[in-house]
Design a protein around this ligand. Structure first.
Ligand code: DGJ
Length: 732
């Protein structure tokens, strides 16, 4: 046995017998990151390796964090790096690294040691801890950033990698965060999907080895998998019980999350940009800043974790998260590409008739040499089509203003159709491999946003629309293609392509937002192909899926609701699905309500219902958007779904209840227990959003105490005749 190995074994033996840990403990220093309920404790000892020692409930006495290590009697950590706060590769490391570098001299080893740290109090609620690590041999520094949000129990974590060597250094892996969790079992809740099948869930225990969630699609990066996940410790957490880490990577491109259950039975989570076909070259004195991993830990189940994320998102991330939103009528499914000025003017009247705030003109309004009459042409040629719209967009905006409604428009600015003037004029602006056959996704290609000229062009599309139509009140930003044949005619180093694409996208969005800070914009990507918190800095809402079948939506929206607040979720009433108009409308109300139906085809009663529903929604939207969300019945666990929103004063709540199974005789036999109310208050419970001519089987507004409603509950009387029931609870 080599002597160094022997030393480790002896040390390991002594450690397991408790003989040396006291000495290590005496030398170790803790850096706790405390939030309202939790502490994430980092630690280093005389070796100066920074480790993640603990993430759990915070202790009353911070001094006791130094004792935590002594409670663990795990097998030998041969490298001393298994729980490193940012694992380097090529030196002692034996497990999945967070960072891999090639130094300017070709050497591939990295070691990172604690140098210093600093805590800044950004305000009474937000702190930022910056810890500098350095390689003792090479001039590479990594600064780990932890921004902690006290009341929300949320941490944003990212890294800045600095090359202070004299020449270029290549980063081959460059993660945002490297967490270590300790438990006897880890349950991963993850998502997969495709068009119209977003947020399909799977939950299973992690076994030893590495499980990866990732995307290699470039744009529309979440089509198959989003960067949001949760891990429960011990057993799968329920809504109100169990310890669960809920996390989402704020990045709109290729991502990768490694879940490694190691030989010590710890779970190592390494999350960041995907290094697939990518590296980052850093010139001397250049830095690279990774995107942020956003996470929260709850020891009280998934409900608390969600509310933490929602509160953080509304206050600190989502554009105008505490603001208002516009209800709308969209014409995509009502007309597809088949419309003209006259038809649209009719739809503007319908918008007014329905009572919503805005009309949203979708795809098909542009292109002249190649008119956009199908999805086979015209992307890139953003001039109004003269046949359909002889007087341009301006006349529609004017007409909308006359009708007393607002006007919004659809764009897909990152894309180009092979059949377009843009492609003919600027073939070098298109992402493609010059020697290979083009391959299309929805008949289109992606523009090369790494090129500053393309960034200018994309910015100009939006800027022109706003300049020519100052009253334009809403943008739907679509993104329908993935990247095939990734290659940029602009870049010298193709390894930089995927990362530079996303940087280019953010540069454009940054410019748009500095000129137009507040205009609401919907983040759409052929459905939910791009749903992440970095993009949501620039967008007020996202489009979860083109699948608006309400039954499907209940399941999808339920899963999205773990990570994203209702105010960010755009839901439209459409003709998808077999459910009644009432059912479809109730489901769309669990977020930001819109319609995509032919209003003029509605029967009188249907129209009446929709008009009343918009009024009901207007009265309740404050609670849905800004209230606390409680999931009451999981559609995957039974025959019902129930979800509620409670305002901050606990004076109003809305409860959405749905039957998700139509087997014979099915119905709510038992009451559904409410959550988040004030036990001391008396509440009136009334059924709202009833279809004209129907009466509630619940009678006319009975009163119960909050105590009763939370301990016993209320029965919405769901059954096959009443598959969707909306309850309003008001304090008396
Ligand atoms: C995909 C979007 O998800 C739809 O809502 C619609 O805008 C179409 N694109 C238009 O092409």
């Amino acid at each position: 046995m080599p002597t160094h190995h022997f030393k480790h074994v002896v040390l390991g033996l002594l450690m397991t017998q408790g003989l040396v840990h006291l000495e290590i403990q005496a030398q170790s220093k803790q850096i706790p990151i405390e939030t309202r309920s939790n502490a994430l404790v980092l630690e280093y000892d005389s070796t100066k390796t920074l480790k993640m020692r603990y993430y759990g409930e915070k202790l009353n006495d911070a001094k006791e964090y130094s004792t935590i290590a002594s409670g663990y009697r795990q097998l030998t950590d041969y490298s001393g790096l298994s729980d490193a706060a940012y694992t380097p590769s090529g030196s002692k490391n034996l497990l999945e690294p967070a960072i891999s570098v090639v130094h300017s001299d070709g050497n591939r080893s990295l070691d990172l040691r604690y140098e210093k740290h600093e805590v800044k109090n950004l305000d009474a609620n937000v702190k930022q801890l910056d810890i500098t690590l350095k390689d003792p041999v090479y001039d590479i520094y990594v600064v780990l950033h932890y921004k902690s949000f006290l009341n929300e129990d949320v941490i944003e974590q990212w890294a800045t990698i600095q090359n202070k060597e004299k020449k270029v250094v290549t980063l081959e892996k460059f993660a945002s965060a490297n967490l270590t969790l300790r438990s006897n079992a880890y349950w991963l809740r993850q998502y997969h999907g495709d068009w119209a099948k977003e947020m399909q869930v799977e939950e299973a225990p992690l076994t030893h080895g590495i499980k990866v969630l990732d995307s290699k699609l470039g744009t529309r990066a979440n089509l198959f998998q989003p960067p949001s996940f949760m891990v429960s410790l011990g057993k799968a957490a329920s809504e109100d019980e169990g310890t669960v880490l809920m996390a989402s990577l704020g990045y709109s491109g290729n991502f990768k999350v490694d879940f490694e259950v190691d030989y010590l039975n710890n779970l190592r989570i390494i999350a960041g940009i995907n290094n697939y076909a990518s590296n980052v070259k850093l010139a001397s004195n250049q830095d690279f800043t990774t995107p942020k991993l956003i996470y929260t830990l709850s020891t009280k189940g998934k409900g608390t974790a969600s509310r933490n994320l929602h509160n953080w998102a509304r206050k600190y991330q989502l554009l105008d998260g505490n603001g208002e939103r516009l209800t709308l009528l969209n014409n995509w499914e009502a007309t597809y590409f088949d419309f003209n000025e006259q038809k649209l003017k009719g739809l503007l009247q319908d918008t007014k008739k329905l009572g919503v705030d805005l009309f949203l003109l979708d795809d098909g309004w542009f292109g002249n040499k190649y008119p956009r009459n199908s999805d086979h042409s015209s992307l890139g040629d953003w001039q109004p089509n003269r046949t359909k719209l002889p007087n341009g967009i301006a006349t529609l905006v004017e007409e909308a203003t006359k009708q007393g409604v607002k006007f919004g428009i659809w764009v897909e600015p990152e894309m180009v159709s092979p059949k377009s003037e843009l492609y003919e004029q600027h073939p070098d602006w298109v992402v493609k491999q010059p020697q290979r056959e083009e391959h299309y996704f929805r008949n289109q290609l992606v523009l090369d946003l790494t090129n500053p000229k393309v960034q200018d062009f994309v910015f100009q599309i939006l800027d022109d629309l706003f300049t020519k139509n100052p009253a334009l009140a809403y943008i739907k930003w679509d993104c329908n293609a993935v990247i095939y044949n990734a290659h940029s005619a602009f870049l010298k180093d193709q390894g930089a392509f995927y990362v530079s694409y996303v940087e280019g996208l953010y540069k454009v969005l940054e410019r748009i937002r500095s000129k137009y800070p507040k205009v609401p914009m919907m983040l759409c990507s052929g459905g939910g192909g791009r749903v992440d918190y970095a993009a949501l800095r620039y967008f007020t809402e996202f489009w979860p899926s083109d699948n608006t079948d309400p039954l499907e939506r209940i399941f999808m929206q339920y899963e999205y609701s773990y990570f994203f607040p209702a105010i960010s979720t755009s839901n439209h009433v459409t003709d998808w699905g077999k459910q009644s108009l009432k059912f479809r409308t109730d489901v769309a109300m669990m977020g930001k309500l819109g319609f995509d139906i032919v209003v003029s085809h509605l029967k009188e009663q249907d129209l009446l219902f929709c008009q009343q529903a918009v009024k009901d929604y207007d009265a309740l939207k404050g609670t849905i958007w800004h209230g606390e969300q409680y999931r009451l019945a999981d559609p995957r666990e039974g025959d019902f779904a129930a979800l509620s929103y409670v305002n901050s004063q606990k004076t109003e709540a809305v409860i959405f209840n749905y039957l998700v199974n139509n087997r014979y005789g099915i119905g709510t036999t038992d009451p559904i227990r409410l959550k988040g109310l004030d036990a001391q208050k008396q509440y009136r419970v009334e059924e709202i959003n009833l279809y004209p001519g129907t009466k509630s089987s619940l009678g006319q507004g009975q009163t119960y105490s909050g105590d009763y409603l939370m301990k016993v509950g209320v029965n919405p009387d769901l059954n096959s005749n009443r598959p969707s029931v909306l309850l309003k609870i008001s304090a008396r």
